[in-house]
Write a protein that binds this ligand. Structure first.
Ligand code: TEU
Ligand code: CA
Length: 635
């Protein structure tokens, strides 16, 4: 059914992607609005036409029409029937470990982590028990965004070494049965990529159309879209007078996915890496590659709510699925590859369109819905609400169905340390770090651990703007300075709340001055916390977060029920309490957790079985702060 202003709210909620958008809006609005209110029969029968008035102008008719248009485009995107049970796959059974090569281990003393450094630490990773490594980009790059701005897809970044180094890493990893997942950035290239350099030469360049150009109006960019890294999303090319689109930094130029030649070049490159033997791809911002036809202005209200103007015109386009189906045919189907798409803004229903097995697009995805709790963005200084995380997981675990396989992650190179995100009081770090491991290793989905997470790492602290490296933080600093309504101190506080430099701080191998990361001067400030939190100290301590990770990874790998088993929530309504069963072929596990820093009573049922793992040494009827227990029952 085609949506119009005469449609009712319930008609909108029937369109999967629309349901996600409503869900997101409800979550980001302050106050008591919730999905249960929206799903109430009275509200469900309200006609869209009535909304501008009811919302006091927030939802203007213009906004509604533009959203309706988008949702109608999705009409052709449907879900095939589910399989009976989840199909088995190596990438569902394994645990992945993300490496940010620049910060992992420096093998030659220049202060920058490198590929040889990764190879040298493979035994550590193998001991930890992981099965795959996702390597953040290693391609040639001028590092405007630390490798997420690629200037040559077929070459290795100078800082990181050579192609021989990479081949050796691949080989050595495979010898240890560790797979390598390459990070592929195809929403944009660097402005130093040969294609873009050629495109700049003239409007007639065969590569001109590899990028997205627009005519400005009176010195203004072609539309009002803003960059995710501050300022307008357009930059003027002085020579031709035209503007080019960059959703991220100025030096990250968006590729034109409408151009079949460009797409063919991208698939050729991906096949080249697959032929080399890489086992999968992590696809950077893959949900943004298709831009709405005509590049219309973004809605200012949506821009304000989401933080970026124009986002509805590239984060929710149906066309992306056409491109991904083609990529699947041209690349994934030809090899036994896993693909994990980074999909900011895509919720559960829209997510199914990306990863339902029957649709032949991606294997799995990084959904962002659980990254911040309601009404917050990453740069807010707040305590993350674990009850919201629980709600997110219950929803995904119970509603995704057998043919959809999500990823499980808390951290990556774009997010702060999860322990710090939940609570700053360091007394809780050990139990909390371990409890989070329990969540990650006992739910359905592929776990992705980010380097240092296995140590229970916490945030670094940056005391002056000179200590930051990340382009996002530095641009934000200048943007806030220019606005002029915050003091230097306030700005630094905000940056410290969300900067990506926390997770990019050097990996902590020992308690020496450079944390054993380099024999030279580290490119980014070492976290002083390395004194307590480092591989060497934690390996020697059986109670460390690291040793807990080792144990629980092993547990997951020998327990098919923890991987493929069904998920049955237990007492989901109890606040700060998260408990569930995982059940498969007569084997069952019961997991219960206290999500709060205060004691609470255990609610363990009689059939839970025997306790096999917990993050405290004594266990009675009281669950201590962030206590997590795993019980096993075999018949
Ligand atoms: O990130 C895309 C993205 O939208 C976010 O994770 C983003 O970094 C952040 O939320 C902005 O506020 C990917 C990469 O993971 C990131 O490192 C890159 O900077 C970005 O794409 C551009 O390639
Ligand atoms: Ca180095």
């Amino acid at each position: 059914m085609k949506l119009t202003l005469d449609s009712k709210i319930k008609d909108v909620l029937n369109v999967p992607i629309a349901r996600d958008v409503v869900f997101k809006l409800v979550e980001s609005l302050p106050g008591t609005l919730s999905m249960s209110i929206i799903d109430n029969p009275v509200v469900r029968n309200i006609r869209l036409r009535a909304l501008p008035k009811l919302s006091g102008g927030m939802a203007s008719e213009e906004l509604l029409l533009s959203l309706i248009d988008k949702f109608n485009l999705y009409a052709a995107e449907t879900l095939p029937p589910d399989n009976q049970t989840a199909a088995k796959a190596w990438w569902k059974e394994g645990v992945c470990y993300q490496i940010y090569p620049r910060s992992f281990y420096d093998s030659n003393g220049d202060g920058i982590g490198d590929i040889k450094g990764v190879t040298e630490k493979l035994d550590y990773l193998s001991e930890l028990g992981i099965d795959m490594i996702w390597l953040s980009p290693i391609n040639a790059s001028p590092n405007a965004d630390n490798g997420y701005d690629i200037s040559d897809y077929y070459a290795i970044m100078d800082d990181f070494g050579t192609m021989e180094d990479f081949d050796l890493l691949l080989n050595e990893a495979h010898k240890r049965s560790i797979k390598i997942i390459m990070d592929i950035v195809v929403n944009h290239t660097s402005d130093e990529h040969e294609w873009f350099k050629d495109a700049l030469k003239s409007k007639k360049s065969p590569y001109r159309d590899y990028y997205i150009w627009g005519e400005g109006k009176d010195n203004n960019p072609p539309n009002n879209w803003t960059s995710i890294f501050s300022g307008p999303a357009w930059k003027r090319d002085e020579k031709s007078g035209e503007w080019y689109l960059h959703l991220f930094a100025e030096k990250q130029v968006d590729l034109n996915w409408e151009n079949p030649k460009m797409r063919a070049d991208i698939y050729r490159m991906m096949n080249w890496w697959a032929d080399k033997g890489v086992d999968g791809f992590r696809l950077d911002v893959i949900s943004f590659i298709a831009k709405a036809e005509g590049l219309p202005d973004g809605n200012p209200t949506v821009g304000e709510l989401m933080g970026f103007t124009g986002v509805e015109h590239y984060a929710y386009t149906a066309k992306v699925h056409t491109f991904l189906k083609e990529m699947h045919r041209e690349v994934f189907a030809k090899h036994d590859l896993m693909s994990v798409g980074e999909t900011p803004g895509v919720g559960l229903e829209g997510g199914k369109l990306f990863i339902h097995e029957g649709r032949k697009e991606l294997s799995t995805m990084f959904n962002f819905d659980h990254l911040e709790t309601g009404g917050h963005t990453r740069f807010d200084d707040y305590n993350y609400d674990l009850d919201a995380l629980k709600a997110y997981h219950i929803r995904w675990q119970t509603e995704s169905g057998p043919s959809v396989w999500n990823s499980l992650y808390f951290e990556n190179h774009d997010n702060i340390r999860v322990v710090s995100k939940v609570i700053k009081d360091k007394r809780f770090r050990l139990p909390l770090g371990k409890m989070l491991a329990v969540i990650q290793m006992t739910l359905r989905g592929t776990p992705f651990i980010y380097q240092g997470q296995e140590l229970g790492a916490i945030n670094n602290s940056f005391t002056s703007i000179d200590e930051f490296n990340d382009v996002e933080s530095i641009n934000l600093y200048h943007e806030l300075k220019a606005k002029g309504d915050m003091s230097e101190e306030e700005i630094l506080k905000k940056l410290n709340a969300g900067t990506r430099d926390h997770s990019r701080s050097p990996m902590q191998w020992d308690d020496s001055e450079t944390a054993g990361f380099t024999s030279g001067t580290p490119w980014l400030k070492v976290n002083p916390d390395k004194q307590y939190c480092n591989v060497k100290t934690e390996i020697e301590n059986p109670d460390s977060v690291l040793m807990f990770y080792k144990t629980i990874i092993r547990l997951r790998k020998r327990a098919p029920a923890l991987i493929y088993g069904s998920f049955v929530p237990y007492k989901p309504k109890v606040h700060h309490y998260f408990a569930y069963y995982r059940v498969l072929d007569g084997a069952s596990y019961f997991i219960e957790m206290n999500l709060s820093p205060k004691d609470m009573l255990s609610k363990k049922p009689d059939d839970a079985g025997v306790l096999i793992l917990s993050n405290y040494s004594s266990t009675d009827e009281l669950l201590k702060p962030y206590e997590a227990r795993i019980y096993q029952c075999e018949d």
